[in-house]
Design a protein around this ligand. Structure first.
Ligand SMILES: Cc1cc2nc3c(=O)[nH]c(=O)nc-3n(C[C@H](O)[C@H](O)[C@H](O)COP(=O)(O)O)c2cc1C
Length: 220
């Protein structure tokens, strides 16, 4: 079965999303040759091509980062652009990947409900939603720290190529932890007390020359 991957990260080819879909595709290509296409919503001039692809696609993996407990605007725009294509490809297999910065997969459960509904509205064969938390900074981590996650994505892609379904046991492992346990929560509380809680965010703000503007508000 041919697979189309839609990457909905504004960071496009530099995104964490791509790191995960690359691993998925590595596994998929082992069972299904090179039968995949990849689109980046950050590549602005895609509208017509994406709609055409949607009509003819056999299976679709729509992957994006969680943004403010939902999705990047360009993903919403893509969904809305398909409004007139609702019954144009019944039975198309649609699956999603939502990856987030915070470690708890629970944050993504609510957008996953929307995604399931979206897939149903399009008369598709809904494959499920892969949820992975704790992806913030993954590209800065040494290879050994991300190996387990990438191997799981690779296996998921392999199984998808072989059986045309998402393996639920791998999805379950990827979505752990759903919520942080008492020990981890205690650690974060302690980090906040010793003012370590904002270290990473401050570093990001400083490296983007935005630290001084961190309390700015948009005035109406
Ligand atoms: C504007 C913005 C909003 C975000 N909102 C959330 C959020 O609500 N929850 C969360 O866990 N992570 C959030 N994140 C973190 C991203 O989901 C995370 O860094 C992700 O791995 C980025 O993926 P990408 O490189 O594919 O864009 C947000 C990041 C940005 C830039």
């Amino acid at each position: 079965m041919k697979l189309t991957v839609i990457n909905g990260s504004p960071k496009g080819k530099r995104s964490n999303t791509k790191l995960l879909t690359d691993a998925f595709l590595n596994g998929y290509h082992k069972t299904f040759g090179n039968q995949s296409k990849e689109y980046f919503l950050s590549d602005k001039k895609l509208d017509a091509e994406l709609q055409r692809d949607f009509i003819h696609a056999e299976s679709l993996l729509i992957a994006f980062p969680l943004y403010t407990d939902s999705m990047p605007g360009m993903v919403k725009e893509y969904f809305e652009s398909l409004e007139n294509y609702k019954s144009s490809n019944p039975g198309i297999k649609i699956g999603f990947l939502v990856q987030s910065g915070f470690p708890e997969s629970y944050h993504s459960f609510f957008v996953a409900r929307y995604l399931k509904k979206f897939a149903t509205l399009f008369d598709s064969d809904y494959l499920g939603t892969i949820i992975k938390g704790g992806v913030e900074g993954i590209q800065m981590k040494p290879a050994w720290m991300r190996r387990k996650t990438l191997k799981r994505f690779e296996k998921l892609g392999f199984m998808f190529g072989k059986y045309g379904r998402f393996d639920q046991s791998i999805i379950k492992k990827l979505s752990t932890p759903v919520k942080l346990g008492r020990f981890a929560l205690g650690f974060f509380k302690f980090a906040k007390i010793i003012k370590l809680g904002n270290f990473y965010w401050d570093y990001q703000l400083k490296s983007n020359n935005a630290y001084e503007k961190r309390f700015d508000k948009h005035s109406i």
